[in-house]
Design a protein around this ligand. Structure first.
Ligand SMILES: NC(=O)C1=CN([C@@H]2O[C@H](COP(=O)(O)OP(=O)(O)OC[C@H]3O[C@@H](n4cnc5c(N)ncnc54)[C@H](OP(=O)(O)O)[C@@H]3O)[C@@H](O)[C@H]2O)C=CC1
Ligand SMILES: CC(=O)N[C@@H](CCC(=O)OP(=O)(O)O)C(=O)O
Length: 319
């Protein structure tokens, strides 16, 4: 059985990654694509791995709602998703809708698509809000210690500049970022609220953007209610994620340059000073932070194996 997918925002960073993953998916095919610019041009002109026959369409909600597809992915900036959700909901059998933006991450009528915490709800879901990239790393880095925390964990995060999308800004300007590390949103970043909300526990988060293109590193300090040694901490994370294909627990401190192009999250470090534990989380913001996670969610929603379209890290032949 083969399913079809329509992609809105196909020319963006995340849209491009998703199209790349779909090219290797055995049961889900990119059938339609839309973007703001380039309408009428072959998608192949923008993305080398796109199917040959796809022409970019206009991205009006009416056009998208007319697509005869099994699933639609919105890879658009924040604030645009509601018009599509409404137009698609008016169809007799609406396709599965996965939204990459932050628009519905706090809406209880949508399923929050973090498979490691909500897999059973995602199975068969029709409307899925894909988590934010930093929020994914923070939640996976904190969750195994819920119940043992004596206060809010503090997450220091650094992202590559692809996190800021393609619309020009100081946060994706390589010249401005050269030899630089730029702090921003020192309080109240959306992902602080998102991670706190979905963990049911407050976290503090300060983001930075760096001159590399892709990848996130988070150094998370966790205040503990009782002492725990480093070995016990590592064992706790290993147990929590033993069956998770896209979470890798390592004893060493992971480095962000190794996260680029990986589909999983790596959690390591596990150093403890009395009642303060520190873990380091790395991931690729465009993959587990966006496209690979969307693929997990699409597979779960459509009843397909969760790993289809999400290659192994590293490729099995090289492992
Ligand atoms: N980048 C990342 O690391 C992550 C991004 N996300 C989320 O995924 C979504 C897509 O992100 P990303 O791929 O980085 O974004 P990009 O800026 O790279 O791409 C945005 C896409 O949306 C289209 N678009 C339509 N309307 C607008 C508009 N008004 N302004 C700008 N673009 C528009 C663009 O079309 P065109 O190119 O034709 O102009 C493009 O295809 C966002 O909601 C983002 O927050 C989530 C996790 C990680
Ligand atoms: C460097 C940079 O600007 N990073 C973005 C990453 C967030 C993101 O892309 O996720 P959502 O918008 O989907 O929540 C930011 O901090 O807003």
């Amino acid at each position: 059985m083969s399913f079809t997918l329509g992609l809105v925002g196909a020319r963006g960073h995340v849209g491009g990654e998703l199209a790349r993953l779909l090219a290797g998916h055995p049961g889900l095919r990119l059938a339609r694509a839309a973007s703001r610019q380039g309408v009428g041009e072959p998608l192949r002109a923008h993305l080398a791995h796109a199917p040959e026959d796809i022409v970019l369409e206009d991205m009006s909600p009416e056009t998208i709602a007319s697509w005869p597809v099994d699933a639609v992915v919105l890879a658009l900036p924040n604030g645009l998703a509601a018009g599509y959700a409404d137009a698609l909901a008016a169809r007799p059998r609406a396709p599965v809708l996965v939204d990459l933006s932050a628009d519905f991450r706090f809406d209880p009528t949508w399923v929050y698509g973090l498979p490691e915490r909500h897999r059973e709800q995602i199975r068969g879901a029709r409307r899925i809000a894909n988590p934010g990239c930093y929020a994914t790393g923070i939640q996976l880095g904190v969750a195994p210690l819920l119940g043992l925390l004596a206060g809010p964990p503090q997450a220091f995060g650094v992202s590559g500049y692809s996190g800021a999308g393609t619309t020009p800004s100081p946060r994706n300007d390589p010249e401005r970022l050269r030899d630089n590390l730029m702090p921003y949103a020192l309080t109240g970043h959306l992902h602080e609220r998102e991670a706190s909300h979905h963990l049911g526990h407050p976290v503090r988060f300060v983001p930075h953007v760096a001159p590399f293109f892709r990848g996130i590193t988070l150094t998370i300090t966790l205040p503990l209610a009782r002492p725990l040694d480093s070995a016990a901490l590592l064992a706790r994370y290993r147990d929590a994620y033993a069956d998770e294909p896209l979470v890798r627990v390592v004893a060493d401190v992971p480095e962000v340059r190794d996260a680029a192009d990986r589909h999983d999250v790596t959690i390591g470090g596990f150093q403890v000073d009395d009642r303060h534990a520190v873990v380091v989380v790395t991931l690729d913001n465009l993959l587990k932070g966006a496209a690979s996670q969307a693929m997990q969610n699409l597979n779960l929603a459509l009843g397909l194996p969760e790993r289809h379209g999400v290659p192994h890290d590293p490729p099995l032949a090289a492992a």
